[in-house]
Design a protein around this ligand. Structure first.
Ligand code: HEM
Length: 383
């Protein structure tokens, strides 16, 4: 079992069940890390950054490089993490996020207007990719005239995370320079956008510096785009494969919020994040040594029968309660959770007002990744 091989992640669920039952905390010699398969262990680790830190990286590949704390909030531990999070959280309050609903709905409608009933469409590039991209560009205050270029840079950033070519790095650097310019402008002349809010926020009179602010913009792009895109494609695929659940939703759209939670649990778009032990610690009788990495399998926790009962392996749009960990847990709980929920809720609401059947029109093509669970192509017919 090589948990770092993209092949492992094509259908990891049988292996997850085995790990949960036989070795919930397991050392993998070839990957030099521990996997964590049970929901309660994952929560325990996530809420204890003093013992399981983020500062030495949150991906196994981070071990091969020097982690720069200014590059992302993801790499910070308390107390720096608290300070950084307090500074950026004003941009993500429920009030600010719900104020975006009309704009998100307009974008969702425009994208769905381009889809023809009864004709096969590749839902990934047609709807699922552009929606989160346009929303985040709008929030950041990227001028509409720069949107195409912005999309190129942003795609390169995402490519660089999976396949770090020189070309992708060069484009990501151009994006860095682009943000640098906008940040300078907004410091002097604030606008009604997220960069201005964060640039002018202060905790104990100390604002974020430009490198931290630029790192945050880059993090938002990566954190907010591919994740939400994959929630949408994975949610559509789940509805196409579970017609009874689709019909339930069509006949009662008040179930959409709980359906979105179930899609988050079912798809688990971010499949794992890691922490490093800051001291020797015992977990379920296993001795984790200082400096060793623990690899949290969110998808395994999200199908844990101890939490989700005997129906853990079923897709149920009315599941309640649904304490999934698709957005992580504890200190680093996803800052964009309300935004991702809003985008998915609005999109499925608009979609199900127009269509009552979703059928696969070809084989979906899975993203080759050991981090993101996603579909690059999703041919469907909507009626
Ligand atoms: C379905 C969509 C999404 C999923 C599944 C997801 C998942 C996650 C997870 C698992 C974490 C925890 C990281 C950790 O513990 O180390 C996280 C953190 C984060 N997410 Fe999301 N995310 C989504 C959408 C978004 C969006 C739309 C944004 C912003 C526009 C966003 C911004 C962030 C940020 C800034 C963090 C870091 C928080 C911190 O370190 O304190 N995410 N996300």
């Amino acid at each position: 079992m090589n948990v770092l091989a993209p092949e492992f992640w094509v259908d990891p669920y049988p292996a997850f069940a085995e790990l949960r039952d036989d070795a919930p905390v397991k050392w993998h010699e070839e990957c030099a890390l521990w996997t964590i398969a049970r929901h309660d262990d994952l929560m325990r680790i996530s809420r204890d950054p003093a013992t399981f830190c983020s500062g030495r990286g949150v991906l196994p590949s981070d071990r091969q490089r020097e982690v720069d704390p200014a590059a992302s909030i993801l790499f910070l531990d308390p107390p720096d993490h608290h300070r950084h999070r307090k500074l950026v959280s004003p941009a993500f309050t429920p009030r600010r996020i719900s104020a975006l609903e009309d704009r998100v709905r307009r974008l969702a409608k425009e994208l769905l207007d381009e889809v023809d009933a009864g004709e096969a469409v590749d839902f990934a590039p047609a709807v699922a990719e552009p929606l989160p991209m346009l929303v985040i560009a709008d929030m950041l205050g990227v001028p509409a005239s720069d949107r195409d270029q912005f999309k190129l840079w942003s795609d390169a950033m995402i490519d660089a995370a999976t396949e770090p070519t020189e070309e992708a790095y060069a484009l990501a650097f151009e994006l860095w320079q682009y943000f640098e310019k906008i940040i300078e402008e907004r410091r002097v002349d604030p606008a009604d956008d997220l960069i201005s809010v964060i640039a002018h926020a202060e905790v104990d009179d100390v604002p974020l510096n430009n490198a931290e602010l630029n790192g945050f913009c880059m993090t938002l792009l990566v954190a907010g785009n591919e994740t939400t895109r994959n929630l949408i494609t994975g949610g559509i695929e789940a509805l196409a494969n579970h017609r009874d659940q689709l019909q339930r939703l069509v006949s009662d759209r008040t179930l959409i919020p709980s359906a979105v939670e179930e899609m988050l649990r079912w798809v688990t778009p971010v499949m794992n994040f890691a922490r490093t032990a800051t001291k020797d610690v015992e977990l379920r009788g296993e001795r984790i040594a200082e400096g060793q990495m623990v690899f949290m399998l969110y998808g395994a926790a999200n199908r844990d029968p101890e939490v989700f009962g005997p129906s853990a392996d079923s897709f149920d749009v009315g599941r309640d309660p649904n304490p999934h960990v698709a957005f992580g847990f504890g200190e680093h709980y996803c800052m964009g959770a309300s935004l991702a929920r809003l985008e998915a809720r609005v999109l499925f609401d608009e979609l199900l007002q127009r269509y009552s059947t979703v059928e696969l029109a070809g084989e979906p093509e899975r993203l080759r990744s050991s981090l993101m669970r996603g579909l690059v192509h999703l041919p469907v017919t909507l009626n």
